[in-house]
Design a binder for this molecule. Structure first.
Ligand code: 5RP
Length: 265
């Protein structure tokens, strides 16, 4: 691996082989998502606990200080909205020059396997990988499901992840699933990180799925709403960090969450 690519990968994946990415990119198609209305305010207390931030260029410039930022994974796909025709109809929204200018550690782009725009999104990924490899910038592929959250079964996720890796993604972000998640990871020859999806009922459910996914081979998380939509986001990110980087059990994570929450931090 070239030095630049190796250096960027090391900014993303920590020396223990694990990672905690904090995504705040949701506004690129959802608008001012709950608790992310003012990204600077959302980010401020959480930044020091994240290994990298998944973010668009507009929010980098407006809401992240260059002298105290974490490595950034720049969201470079978009062009659709919640109220538009089809979320899958994304294009590449950011040039490689802009990615270099912003000193991004990686680029992130969604693919939409099984949709009308499967072909376009896969060619977008291939094109981005060609550009990224030229400049030593890794691509994280996001296996997106649009509004069809029901698609998150192992067979579908394994298919999407494998295709993303075959087309050259250096990291693949996908959803955890209860049955067969180990097959998703085994079938993907590059590191897999887990997204959270919409906020779930209890904190413990999050700790349990993150823990289970790590046991089954995922290297970490790219988890947003279940952190910053929680009533105690700092407690949440610290507890998830313990699961990812310190092999905490879900019970230990819950105890840490409760103690940070009760300390009022
Ligand atoms: C949204 C994304 C997010 O980065 C991804 O879905 C992770 O966030 P969450 O845990 O909230 O699902 O790709 O565009």
């Amino acid at each position: 691996m070239e030095w630049g690519m190796a250096n960027r990968m090391a900014q993303l994946i920590q020396s223990d082989g694990r990672c905690l990415f904090l995504p705040v990119d949701h506004g690129y198609f959802q608008g001012p998502t709950r608790n992310l209305e003012e990204p600077r305010k959302t980010l401020e207390p959480l930044l020091s606990y994240a290994d990298a931030i998944f973010i668009t260029r507009g929010v980098v410039r407006s809401s992240l200080d260059a002298d105290r930022a974490k490595p950034i994974i720049l969201r470079v796909s978009g062009g659709t909205s919640m109220v538009g025709k089809d979320l899958a109809n994304e294009g590449i929204t950011t040039s490689i020059e802009e990615v270099v200018r912003l000193n991004a550690a990686a680029m992130g782009l969604s693919i939409f396997v099984g949709t009308e725009y499967e072909h376009e999104s896969l060619l977008n990924l291939s094109k981005l990988v060609d550009e990224g490899e030229r400049y030593g910038i890794p691509v994280m592929a996001v296996t997106a499901v649009g509004k069809e959250l029901g698609k998150r079964d192992a067979r579908y996720l394994a298919l999407s992840c494998r295709i993303a890796a075959e087309l050259g993604a250096r990291v693949v972000k996908t959803y955890w699933c209860e049955e067969g998640f180990e097959k998703v990871v085994q079938g993907c020859p590059v590191p897999v990180v887990m997204a959270g999806g919409p906020q779930v009922e209890t904190e413990l459910e999050v700790f349990e799925f993150v823990h289970d996914g790590i046991q089954k081979g995922a290297i970490g998380v790219n988890l947003g709403r279940n952190i910053w939509q929680n009533d105690h986001p700092v407690a949440m990110i610290r507890a998830i960090r313990a699961v990812v980087h310190e092999n905490a059990t879900p019970k230990q994570a819950q105890e840490l969450y409760d103690s940070v929450k009760n300390s009022g931090r």
